[in-house]
Design a binder for this molecule. Structure first.
Ligand SMILES: [Cu+2]
Length: 232
C-alpha cells in the first residue's frame, strides 16, 4: 500500500509537470480506475511547501504528504485548509477561516467554550484543522519539515471536499506566512471518460476552467520515467 502511494505521488508529479497551468475538475466515481490527487504549494516569507492529497485506494479519507523548507528550528507553525481560494494577488488573508463544514468551531462557541481541537475526538476539530488533528509543522536543523498521514475525514467531493479551498501556513503568532490553492488532478487509465467533471460543490467553480483537458495516462511505466525527469 505504501509503495502504491509513493508511486501515485510520482505519477502525480509527472502530470503536474506536464500540464502546467491546467486545472482539472474532479468527481469521485464508484469503480473508477481513476487515480485522483490534489496539490497545494504554499510559498511566502521564505517558506516553500508542497502538500499533496492522494485518494486512498481502499477505505476512506486522503493520504496527506507534507514537505516544507524555510522554517525556523524550535518554532511551531500551525497550518490548515482554509475556506476560500487564494486570490490572484496572493493575499493569504482573503482565504477566510478554516474549512469547517460540520461547524465544530461554532458548536464550541455556542457551548460557551473556546474552540480547541482534541485529536482523540475528531468531531471537536474543524475539518481543515490539520495542525490540530495531526500536529504543527516544526523544523529540523535544516529548517525542513516532512509529514505523512491518512486524514480519514478529507474527501474529493461531497460536503468534506477539499477542492476549491486552500492551504495556509501560519507563523507561531498566527500570522499567515504562506498560502496556496488546492488544485486537483485526475490521472485516468480509461480513455472513454467524458469531460465536464466537477466536485459537486456549487458557488466556487470559477477557479476551475470547465474546458480543461484531462490528463490521461497511457502506462504507469512511462509516467514514472516522466516523473524522474520532472523531479530531478
Ligand atoms: Cu489557518
Amino acid at each position: 500500500m505504501l509503495k502504491n502511494i509513493v508511486s501515485l505521488a510520482l505519477v502525480a508529479a509527472a502530470v503536474v509537470g506536464g500540464a502546467a497551468g491546467q486545472e482539472l475538475q474532479l468527481a469521485p466515481r464508484a469503480n473508477s480506475k481513476d487515480v485522483v490527487v490534489a496539490i497545494a504549494k504554499p510559498a511566502g516569507s521564505g517558506i516553500k511547501a508542497e502538500v499533496r492529497f492522494i485518494q486512498v485506494l481502499s477505505g476512506s479519507g486522503l493520504q496527506v504528504d507534507v514537505q516544507v523548507q524555510g522554517l525556523t528550528k524550535g518554532e511551531k507553525y500551525p497550518y490548515h485548509i482554509h475556506q476560500k481560494p487564494v486570490p490572484a494577488n496572493g493575499n493569504c488573508t482573503a482565504t477566510g477561516g478554516h474549512l469547517d463544514p460540520a461547524g465544530a468551531a461554532a458548536a464550541a462557541t455556542a457551548a460557551g467554550g473556546k474552540y480547541k481541537c482534541d485529536p482523540a475526538n475528531p468531531a471537536s476539530c474543524e475539518l481543515g484543522d490539520l495542525a490540530g488533528l495531526y500536529g504543527n509543522m516544526t523544523a529540523d536543523a535544516n529548517g525542513a519539515f516532512v509529514a505523512s498521514y491518512n486524514a480519514t475525514q478529507l474527501a474529493f467531493g461531497g460536503k468534506n471536499t477539499i477542492l476549491d479551498h486552500s492551504v495556509v501556513i501560519h507563523g507561531p503568532n498566527g500570522t499567515r506566512l504562506a498560502c496556496a490553492n488546492i488544485i486537483g488532478y485526475i490521472l485516468s487509465t480509461d480513455q472513454d471518460s467524458a469531460a465536464g467533471l466537477n466536485d459537486g460543490e456549487s458557488g466556487t467553480s470559477n477557479t476551475h476552467s470547465p474546458a480543461a483537458p484531462r490528463a490521461v495516462v497511457a502506462s504507469a511505466g512511462m509516467l514514472l520515467l516522466a516523473a524522474a525527469a520532472t523531479l530531478f
